[in-house]
Design a binder for this molecule. Structure first.
Ligand SMILES: Cc1cc2nc3c(=O)[nH]c(=O)nc-3n(C[C@H](O)[C@H](O)[C@H](O)COP(=O)(O)O)c2cc1C
Length: 205
């Protein structure tokens, strides 16, 4: 099939927007931020990825569900332009999911969901203590995508990674062992994935 997105994202026979099932798997950035009054916030974002490794930059996209709302994460990075992108291992799936609940502004998902926090070294937002890896980031730029006719706004936050935490127990022979990191990936609909077979392939000479 083929469809033009301008005509809607659910053409028959598709019963849901298929986009997330097509652009998958996606890593999950478990983004911690803080507002100007010092209230901490934590929420998962699967519109998240790395865009360069040296110097390292990442992006994530806090999108508004309707014209009258912006996500706390978006509000916070505008107030305090720093965040931590914590990685989600399979073992942390339930805690990550709990932190995605729509808590009122100012609510601390670390406390509400019983997720232990640890201080960051270079930025004000705290990090998820159990995360096997965490990227301390400074906001480089926030891009506002065009508003939809019904007033929703999607946004892209670009962050420079200024510090990286890696748990010692996932480092084997000088490399991060992806199987030990066990990243949870987001698929389409309500689906998630885990790493399958890992294999190496050299670049063409
Ligand atoms: C696995 C997962 C991935 C998500 N990815 C995104 C995303 O990329 N962008 C987004 O706006 N919301 C995403 N959400 C929803 C937010 O986590 C949710 O709206 C959360 O309440 C936002 O919190 P905040 O208002 O504290 O920023 C995701 C939720 C889950 C469970």
């Amino acid at each position: 099939m083929f469809f033009e997105t301008a005509h809607g994202m659910r053409p028959a026979p598709l019963i849901h927007n298929p986009f997330n099932a097509l652009v998958c798997p996606r890593p999950i950035g478990w983004i911690s931020t803080v507002d100007s009054s010092g209230a901490h916030n934590l929420a998962p974002f699967s519109y998240f990825n790395a865009v360069s490794s040296d110097p390292p930059y990442v992006v994530f996209a806090p999108n508004s569900p309707n014209a009258n709302r912006t996500k706390d994460t978006y509000r916070n990075v505008n107030e305090v332009p720093e965040f931590v992108a914590n990685f989600v291992s399979v073992a942390d799936a339930e805690a990550m999911n709990a932190s995605s609940k729509d808590y009122p502004h100012g609510a601390d998902e670390f406390a509400a969901c019983g997720i232990a926090a640890a201080p960051s070294r270079l930025v004000r937002p705290q990090r998820v203590a159990i995360a096997k890896a965490a990227l301390e980031c400074r906001v480089f730029q926030i891009v506002n995508l065009p508003k939809t006719p019904d007033g929703r706004q999607n946004n892209v936050v670009i962050g420079e990674v200024v510090g990286i935490h890696v748990a010692d127990d996932v480092i084997v022979d000088g490399r991060v062992d992806e199987a030990l990191l066990a990243p949870l990936s987001r698929l389409g609909y309500m689906n998630y994935g885990v790493l399958g077979r890992i294999f190496a392939m050299d670049r063409p000479a």
